[in-house]
Design a protein around this ligand. Sequence first.
Ligand code: FAD
Length: 108
Amino acid sequence: PPDVEQMGRATWTFLHTTAAYYPEKPSPTHRANMLLLLKAIPLLYACTHCADDFGKDIAVNPPDVSSRTGLSRWLCERHNEVNTKLGKARFDCSLNSTDERWKDGPAD
Ligand code: FAD
């Protein structure tokens, strides 16, 4: 079976970084492909119980692929759902916080 923790860290890194560099004004092609990427997770993610729960969550909370800001917040909120389920601390989903962690690094 997959290592759920290491695959989770790698996947969140990929997804949050991709959201942080997604266009503020995405083209229709960008939007459609981001939607496909996110909707593929419930089908393909190798932790099947994780995939099932994520599918239920995004059915209730559909992906916001309208902008970098919207997508970064939406994804942060989905990650917080998992954090809460696992008893982990929730993350501050303001753009400043997600950008500091996934785009700009801490201010010096
Ligand atoms: P992670 O949760 O992997 O986070 C990595 C880093 O992201 C953190 O160190 C922090 O800097 C940052 N971060 C934390 N929260 C946020 C946030 N809300 N927004 C932005 N950045 C943040 N594991 C299970 O055991 N059961 C599950 O059902 C499950 N479902 C998952 C579903 C998906 C779609 C994914 C991608 C992973 C899932 N995981 C699940 C794995 C789990 O979320 C963690 O990745 C794993 O437990 C390792 O946790 P971690 O404490 O190292 O940090």
